[in-house]
Design a protein around this ligand. Structure first.
Ligand SMILES: [Zn+2]
Ligand SMILES: [Zn+2]
Length: 247
């Protein structure tokens, strides 16, 4: 089977620690390309990596924080003016995604957002523990502890016989172990080192649990200031902007 390429478009947190870009992971097979999250810097990352923006078929969102979905309006603008798009773009995310994306676009480009887009947006709601397959991509969303009232999701992804787990933003939950079983790649957030909070992960916690994950390759991302400043002590793989993993 031909390789699937996963490109880490941004290995940084919301604060762009160390100048790193925000969350966005591009998955490319020979036949399709899709994004896991689309942070504010994702269009810049795609261009830096010389990715054809028109090749993206779908965007899957873990949750509706700006560093994970605020890049969408720039993608829409790209498809309106720079790389005209006619075919639909699917956006799948937690409940409320369609309204939040519309609000965001209107806040950022009020005039433009009032006109119809030259391509169709197709929204799909992802609900915890309700697996679905969208254009050949099998998605298993599960709820993770990150926001108090809004739903944040971890995403299991199956494509061409390969399996990826993306944690989204989350505190520690044993569900990460279960969902990492038999995965080729686990893209796991690691915001902190010293700081311990129930809504983000820290390196010591991941180190302690490293042998319990059932993945072939664990890559830490969404790296915060604390993690970057103690890189020499870290023995798990850290993502960089532009890292490409073949699975
Ligand atoms: Zn978040
Ligand atoms: Zn985040």
């Amino acid at each position: 089977m031909p390789d699937i390429r996963v490109t880490f478009l941004g290995a940084g947190d919301a604060f762009c620690a160390g100048g790193k870009h925000q969350a966005g992971y591009l998955v490319q097979t020979g036949e399709t390309a899709f994004l896991l999250d689309c942070g504010a810097t994702t269009l810049a990352s795609l261009k830096r990596e010389k990715i054809d923006t028109g090749s993206i078929d779908q965007v899957f969102l873990s949750h509706l924080h700006g560093d994970h979905f605020a890049g969408l309006p720039f993608l829409f603008l790209e498809y309106m003016f720079e790389a005209p798009r006619r075919r639909p773009l699917r956006i799948a995310g937690p409940p409320g995604t369609e309204g939040r994306v519309a609000d965001l676009f209107a806040a950022m480009y009020r005039d433009v957002s009032k006109k119809p887009l030259p391509f169709r947006l197709e929204f799909t709601e992802l609900l915890p523990e309700q697996s679905l397959t969208l254009d050949g991509v099998a998605i298993t969303p599960f709820r993770v502890p990150h926001q108090e009232t809004e739903i944040s999701l971890g995403l299991g992804v199956g494509i061409d016989g390969r399996r990826i787990l993306y944690s989204g933003d989350t505190g520690w939950t044993e569900d990460l172990l279960r969902h990492s079983e038999d995965t080729d790649l686990f893209i796991c957030e690691c915001c902190f080192f010293e700081t311990r909070v129930p809504f983000h992960l820290d390196y010591p916690c991941l180190w302690e649990n490293r042998e319990r994950f059932g993945t072939n390759r664990l890559v830490l991302t969404h790296l915060g200031r604390e993690v970057l400043s103690r890189q020499r002590e870290i023995e798990l793989e850290l993502a960089t902007d532009g890292l490409t993993v073949a699975i």
